[in-house]
Write a protein that binds this ligand. Sequence first.
Ligand code: PRP
Length: 179
Amino acid sequence: MKNQIKILDKEFILFIEEEKIQNRVTQLAEQINNDYKDKVPTFLIVLKGALLFAADLLKRIKVRCKVELISAKSYGNEMESSGTVKLKHLESNFKNKDIIIIEDVIDTGLTMKTLLDDINKYEPNSIEVAAILTKPNAIKTDVNIKYVGFEIDNLFVVGYGLDYAEFGRELPDIYVLKV
Ligand code: PRP
């Protein structure tokens, strides 16, 4: 792990180390295993950002479960989320299912609000959200995130699935923009 990295024109510094992330993911998985011990949850992975978190979380899930994918893209410039969210479904049926949405970050909450409104139309039995990061100071919608990895300030971060101009998603640690 490096303390500082450069992606395109921007410098980033180490913010949350891999070991700390992995330990937190283990705790979240234990919580989910306990909460869903009598259920068969469907994990809905929100592409692309949630890929790494979803893979790490799923490896620790001990209850019988299913996995579905959806892509959500919020359009705007590269450093800020925007007002328009575009969802792309794969074929999936959420009726009467216990859904756990897996996201990388809840920023304004607009993507999650759009997604929840969409999935609710399929009449699932329940929906909860797991996000490795939330930004309480940036949130503009009232969405309830049951499984939160880390609450962070309103900072621009990359790594562990999160990108800057599509780069940096593969990093196992999370980095913050150097100011
Ligand atoms: C990011 C992130 C969330 C969303 C959060 O996705 O993965 O889905 O923005 O922002 P919000 O809470 O303000 O809506 P992005 O649209 O960048 O797509 P990506 O996952 O493919 O990077």
